[in-house]
Structure formats: C-alpha cells, structure tokens
Design a protein around this ligand. Sequence first.
Ligand code: BTN
Length: 245
Amino acid sequence: MNYIHLSQVDSTNKYAKELFCGGETLPTLVLADSQSAGRGRLGRGFFSPDGGLYMSILFFPKGCAEAVSLFTPLMALAVSAAILEIFGKETAIKWVNDIYLSGKKLCGILAEAEPTESGVKYAVIGVGLNISVPKGGFDAEIKDIATALFPEGCDATQYREKLGFRIAELFFEYFNTDRAVLLEEYRKKLLYINEKISVNRFGESYTATVLGVDDDFGLIVRDEGGDIRTLHSGEISIRPAEGLL
Ligand code: BTN
C-alpha cells in the first residue's frame, strides 16, 4: 500500500480522488493531521481540527457496483476492531456510517466511488476519528453529541499512524473474511436494536423500530403501520426518536 502523510489538507477524500490518474495502482492511504474542509455525508462538513485521525484509502475494488454498499459496513467493523485491539475500548455502530463510544459519536465514515457500467473504476473511503478532544473543546453545535478516545491535552500524534494503518489492514482483510462472521460481529455492535428511531429519507421522516440487519448489511425496521422495510440507501439518516430516550 502507498502511504501519504500530510500535516494539513482540505479533505483527504478529495485529495485521494485526485490521485486517481486513469489506471489501477497500489491502494493508497492518505492521512492528515487536520483538514480545512472535511466532508461528511449528505453534503455536510466534518469538523477536523488537530487531535483527530483523518484518513482516506484510494483502492480498486473487484466485482460489481453492488459491492459498494459493503465498503461502509466493512470499514465500520475495521474501525471498531482496531480501537478494541489498540485501546481496549468497546465501540458501537450506528448504522450505517458512525462509530459511537459511550453514547456519543467518535467517528464518521464517508465512502465514494466512481461507477462504470459493470463495476467501479475506483473507490475512496474516508474515516474521521476524534483521538483526543481538540484544544478548546468541540464546536458548540457538536459538543453534546461528539466524543474522543482521550481527553483534551493528550497528544494524538503518538497514535495516529498506528491506528490508521491497522484500520486499513483490517478493512482489506475483511474483504476476504466469511460474510457470516462479519455479520455476526456487526449485529453485536449495532446500536438501537428494538428501539424507536426516526428515519429520514430525502427529507421525508417516519418513526420505526430497529429489528436488525439483513445479509447485505441493510437495516431492517418496522414502521408504525407494521410494515417491514429494509434501508439500503446512503441517502438515509437515522437518529433516536425524540422523547423516547
Ligand atoms: C460523516 O460523519 O458524515 C462522515 C465523515 C467522514 C469524515 C472523513 S475525515 C477523512 C475523510 N475526508 C473527508 O473529507 N471526509 C472523510
């Protein structure tokens, strides 16, 4: 795997995409100490001050375009396993792209791919993880919902590369791991099982109960009318239903 370390960049996902020059190369890990324009899902920004791990992997997936929906769940498992291995901390997965620690968001994942008629030309998967609380704390709008592995003042540089490399290694390992083993692990870590959530799909919201994930890592929910729905789209966001926490 190629490796590029930047002290600052606008977005490691954007940088990794720009590395693609028409043909397949070795996968490349891009890691930055901070980002000036970190990107989140659904067109949101991602707060990326020094103190975090901001990484993207450019890679060349084999197989059909449907495989793209596996990238985020496999990365969620890789992040969670690396944290347990290195820091001994148990984390949970908030479907589909967030990792939670003690009820707060620790990490977000953003997968992007350039599709062709039969598959994918290249893919970039990005991970933004708060290693330590940034100097002066989290921004006001996320301070109640965000957390970090370590408190303010802890030097994140000592962990950044070790964690980034282990996450990348596990991510690729999971492509060759039996799906049943991954699903079992994913189901153990899934947040909100049997709880009510609010599902937002293209601006339309409804309340549903989480039942589990199907064999393609789709989220199975039961809506208030009793219908069972499976959520696949990356355009869906979920949160606990208000007043039910
Ligand atoms: C989310 O929570 O909505 C996903 C956040 C993904 C953030 C990471 S940080 C590294 C990579 N570069 C980006 O611009 N975004 C991803």
